[in-house]
Write a protein that binds this ligand. Structure first.
Ligand code: KIV
Length: 301
């Protein structure tokens, strides 16, 4: 089967990939240079996740992330992409207070940041109603069920979800409700592979898994985790494709060594005056010194 191509990834394109059983690729990004690299490599979806808070801004969890921070970073990512779909993640409390405020916040991702859609966590009746309202407002919505990190306080930590019948059923029903409300795709996070497989075959919209096994329609990872830029604990579903943190540490240590030893900069890193202008700097220096001496004398008078 020929690989489906797109100049710009759209909702229809993603649904076509699912129909053709071709895997959808997604990664997070939070800034211009990383988004450019992902886009050039051909990733389908760039999610400006609220994981921003933990992996870039140094917060303990995603709860403190603000709309302003999300808009700022989404704009940088949008400036870098040519092909990928860019999705902005709605941060905690940006879609919890009223339907009207939530739609207005989501619309900021589209109007101010230039995103193609938004993602929001959860599938409670109010969230499902919000997905309906956003769809009505022509804002494509990606749902997110399973482990929803903004619920960390209620869940008691970042734990696998849906391992018991009642919770698995709630996740399954939530996924179906989000699809019915108009979500164009679903993130399935940290749930058993068996549950993800059945949800994926039950819904027409693409599922994008993270810690949800191989049978989702696509996969997403936090880019800092898979590039080896995250220090400390990593969940078992993360595969490190590079050790950029180690490489950066080596590069910086070498720079420090060379600066301290006077080995950097070398001749090829320097600018020079043309030979006929070689006396110029001495002339400027003498002029300034003369002015200074004159000024000192005048001050003494
Ligand atoms: O915020 C984020 O990066 C996410 C992904 C883990 C799906 O929600």
């Amino acid at each position: 089967m020929a690989q489906t191509q797109a100049d710009r990834v759209t909702v229809c394109y993603l649904q076509e990939l699912k129909r053709q059983k071709q895997k959808i690729t997604a990664l997070t990004a939070y800034d211009y240079p990383v988004a450019r690299i992902l886009d050039e490599a051909g990733v389908d979806i760039i999610l400006v996740g609220d994981s921003l808070g933990m992996v870039v801004l140094g917060y303990e969890n995603t709860l403190p992330v603000t709309m302003e921070e999300m808009i700022h970073h989404t704009r940088a990512v949008v400036r870098a992409r040519k092909r990928a779909m860019v999705i902005g993640d709605m941060p905690y409390l940006s879609f919890h207070l009223s339907l009207k405020d939530s739609v207005a916040n989501a619309a900021r991702f589209i109007k101010e940041a230039g995103a193609d859609g938004v993602k929001l966590e959860g599938a409670t009746p109010l969230r499902v109603q919000l997905v309906e309202a956003l769809t009505e407002a022509e804002i494509p919505v990606m749902g997110h069920v399973g482990l929803t990190p903004q619920s960390v306080r209620r869940l008691g930590g970042f734990k696998v979800q849906g391992t018991e019948e009642e919770k698995a059923e709630a996740i399954f029903r939530g996924a179906l409700a989000l699809e019915k409300a108009g979500a164009f795709a679903l993130v399935l996070e940290s749930i058993p592979a068996e549950l993800a497989r059945e949800i994926t075959s039950a819904v027409k919209i693409p599922t994008i898994g993270i810690g949800a096994g191989p049978d989702c329609d696509g996969q997403i990872l936090v880019v800092n985790d898979m590039l080896g830029l995250t220090s400390g604990y990593l969940p078992r579903f993360v595969k490190k494709y590079a050790e950029l943190g180690q490489q950066m540490n080596q590069a910086v240590s070498q720079y420090l060594k060379e600066v301290r030893a006077g080995l950097y900069p070398e001749e090829q890193h320097c600018y020079h005056l043309r030979p006929e202008k070689a006396g110029l700097v001495r002339k400027i220096k003498n002029k300034i010194l003369k002015e200074k001496t004159k000024q000192t004398k005048e001050n003494r008078k």
